[in-house]
Write a protein that binds this ligand. Structure first.
Ligand code: BGC
Length: 746
């Protein structure tokens, strides 16, 4: 206790006014007093091991972890939360260890914390950076009130493969959009002042390539060329550092181009720490160190510690490699003590920046916890975000919005009555069954409807780590659903995926509606064609039949706590949908990976005989392209003007007018095509967007400024170049519809 007091005197200060240099001095001073064991301890993270308010663990793993914390051999814990629990656990480190260095508490705060916002892919569909930042801000406020000071978010992995279960956790397929959204999320989590009690350190993950798992199967090998790596995969990570000062990175489970990411020197040392000058720290993914043995890269756990640490991974999550072997490895000369010092410096720096040395218990205020969790303002923001995340995919004959006086509304589909699925996966602190269901939302909105389940979606237990059992046989509810549909004027069908159909370890080889839902949809359609399909899902689905037959389709993803209220407001026109797809919807799973920013083949046309890029049994076109989404109003684009105002500066203006009869929001999108370059460039790439709101007949001039950042690209050597020549440009409402022009730079 006395020692701890001394430590705080030595390093105590008002963190807000602490400059980087001052922090560096404090880090060095502390480091100079640490033993090798204590240094290695900082590089060790353990999973929560017991109810921290409970008794001292009697034996086993928990006992070891407990003892290790008291010795100062644990730098961080994950999955411990609650003001009281964290305080108790923190006090073991602060009061019992020799130097009293506080631990940093990490947690997956992915889309909201207790109040859940839409899944990240859904939020990305809003293209509303302000709302997304606010959503992350609120998540940080709730998480920090529960003792957490570090989130393992945002996931900035770009993915072009809807089979991959974790697309729900990212911002979709596009690098530019993904970068902007990643930056917004980090700004939301970290705020303006990281030392405040309600901001938390963010983590850009998973570095790198995790979203390119072969065949969309989680944990699978990744093999990507330099051009894709630099132009598609890296930019959101680079932006996280340069534009948002992200404090931590997480490496990834996958092998990339033959080397596991966890020990990848090229990624973690050459690119991240040298070229990008990242001065935060890198955490491994859960046991990704140990997994290098199965990959056939490390012989044993000792080898893991050597390879991962030398490869640039600073903290080990639950592999026990560092704590068991690093001291010996340093003594044997296989890892330099300078390498350890560098890792520990990085970790301590973040702890100082958080202000943990000033007050290790600053996130452990039970009053704040009580006051802030599920705060009404958070609920309101979650509702706003949910409305903004929906995408109107089809609306034949303006079937939507429905009117409140509409007679005989049927609601069919078990997901309509589900209070859990709308919460989506990765809602770690979220409480099961706490979403407003669609039925509850409609009822609260004063809608008179009749409901029939149709068919169950999953049978058996559902949990984060349990395989789902999907109902493929029990159609006993069909009869009631069909008879209800027959007697109704309009049928709202809520179909899609269970909340745990996507997420980690949730790859799908089929992208259709799971279970009996497609059959149910077709059976209902036989008796009533007036269907509004509300989709609830965590990834793009191949709803090709529905697109051909069903008149109205709303992509509602998994919208979090406020799902039902948001859906009711969109279906009945109180909110005019404004979302745009952040990921291409394929017509058939065989088209995957399908994405808008492809390269041109050598045979873009004419379509002669069979010798052009196509399938003989399916269209080569997507079902819904990237950037696509309708509104209850229409927008007209005109007067596209392009002016070269400087050597590498282009001004683009376009006029957008609302020609419909209701107010609406539009995402004006700008795409570029570098026509001839030393490395072939995609046929189009998003390079700017702006979300605007227009009343009926109102118009607005939207201006974009393009600079070398937008005009350049990374060549095969990973160098950023801007090459003179002609560019094609398109400004419009999606990646396939807009006004085109061109310009030249010298
Ligand atoms: C995931 C990470 C996550 C970690 C801790 C891993 O399985 O890949 O994204 O942050 O677990 O929960």
């Amino acid at each position: 206790m006395i020692l701890v007091g001394c430590l705080f005197l030595l390093i105590g200060c008002n963190n807000e006014s602490t400059s980087n240099d001052e922090i560096d001095k404090k880090v060095d001073e502390l480091l100079s007093r640490m033993t090798l064991e204590e240094k290695v301890g900082q590089m060790n993270q353990y999973n929560g091991f017991f109810d921290a308010t409970g008794p001292v663990p009697a034996g086993g793993d928990a006992k070891h972890k407990y003892e290790h914390i008291k010795k100062g051999w644990v730098g961080s814990m994950l999955n411990v939360r609650g003001a009281q629990e964290v305080r108790k656990m923190q006090s073991l480190a602060v009061d019992s260890s020799r130097l009293g260095i506080p631990m940093i508490f990490g947690f997956d705060v992915i889309h909201g914390h207790k109040t859940l916002s839409p899944i990240p892919l859904a939020e990305a569909a809003s293209w509303d950076l302000e709302a997304i930042e606010k959503s992350a801000r609120i998540a940080a406020i709730e998480a920090s009130a529960e003792g957490i000071n570090w989130t393992f978010a945002p996931m900035v992995d770009i993915s072009r493969d809807a089979r991959w279960g974790r697309v729900m956790e990212g911002a979709g397929e596009d690098t530019y959009l993904g970068s902007r959204i990643g930056v917004a999320r980090i700004n939301g989590f970290q705020g303006d002042d990281l030392s405040a009690h309600n901001t938390i350190a963010a983590c850009a993950k998973h570095f790198a390539g995790y979203g390119f798992a072969e065949a969309g199967m989680d944990y699978n090998t990744v093999d990507v060329g330099t051009v894709t790596l630099h132009n598609v995969i890296f930019p959101p990570f680079k932006a996280a550092i340069e534009e948002a000062d992200v404090k931590t990175f997480m490496n990834s489970f996958n092998v990339i181009n033959g080397i596991p990411a966890t020990a990848n020197k090229f990624l973690q040392r050459d690119i991240l720490k040298d070229e990008w000058a990242f001065n935060g720290f890198v955490i491994s993914d859960w046991s990704s160190g140990l997994e290098m043995v199965a990959h056939g890269y490390a012989k044993d756990l000792e080898h893991v510690a050597e390879l991962a640490t030398n490869g640039g991974s600073d903290m080990d999550m639950e592999s026990y490699a560092n704590i068991k072997h690093l001291v010996d490895l340093v003594e044997a000369g296989k890892v330099k003590e300078a390498t350890i010092d560098d890792a520990v410096r990085r970790i301590l720096r973040v702890k100082f920046e958080l202000g943990l040395f000033d007050d290790p218990y600053k996130y452990c205020d039970e009053e704040r916890e009580k006051k802030l969790i599920y705060h009404p303002d958070h609920m309101e923001a979650a509702l706003d975000m949910a409305k903004k995340s929906m995408v109107l995919l089809k609306n034949e004959n303006n079937l939507l919005p429905l009117t409140k006086d509409q007679k005989k509304i049927a609601v069919i589909g078990t997901l309509a009555d589900d209070k859990d699925s709308p919460l989506g996966n990765w809602r770690m602190a979220g409480e099961n069954n706490t979403a407003i269901s669609v039925l509850e939302g409609l009822k609260a909105y004063g809608i008179d409807y009749k409901y029939a389940e149709g068919a169950e979606l999953v049978t058996g237990p559902t949990a984060f780590s349990v395989e789902l059992e999907v109902n493929t046989t029990d159609k006993s509810g069909f009869k009631e659903a069909i008879s209800l549909a027959k007697q109704s004027e309009v049928v709202v069908m809520v179909l899609g995926e269970h909340g745990l159909h996507s997420g980690e370890g949730r790859g799908r080889a089929n992208l259709g509606l799971p279970g009996l839902q497609q059959e149910l949809l077709e059976a209902v359609y036989q008796v009533n064609k007036n269907i509004v399909l509300v989709l609830m899902n965590g990834r793009p689905l191949t709803i090709t039949w529905a697109d051909e037959h069903v008149p109205a389709i709303v992509e509602a993803w998994q919208l979090g706590t406020q799902t039902g209220h948001a859906i009711a407001q969109v279906l009945f026109g109180e909110y005019n949908p404004s979302g745009k797809l952040p990921m291409t919807f394929p017509r058939h799973v065989g088209q995957v990976p399908i994405y808008y920013n492809q390269y041109s083949s050598g045979r873009p046309g004419p379509k002669t005989e069979v010798f052009w890029p196509h399938y003989i049994d399916e269209s080569e076109k997507p079902l819904y392209p990237f950037g696509y989404g309708l509104s209850y109003t229409q927008f007209h684009y005109s007067d596209l003007e392009v002016e070269v105002v400087g050597k590498q500066q282009i001004e683009v203006t376009v006029n957008v007018i609302n020609i419909g009869s209701v107010t609406g929001e539009e995402v004006v999108q700008l795409y570029l095509h570098d026509k001839v370059a030393s490395v072939v460039r995609p046929i189009k790439e998003l390079k700017g967007f702006e979300k605007i709101s227009l009343e009926p007949s109102q118009s607005r001039k939207v201006t974009f400024t393009l600079t070398e950042k937008e005009l350049g690209f990374y060549n095969g050597e990973g160098q950023f170049v801007v090459e003179p020549g002609e560019f094609g440009l398109m400004v419009g409402t999606s990646s396939v519809k807009g006004l085109s022009s061109q310009f030249k730079i010298n």
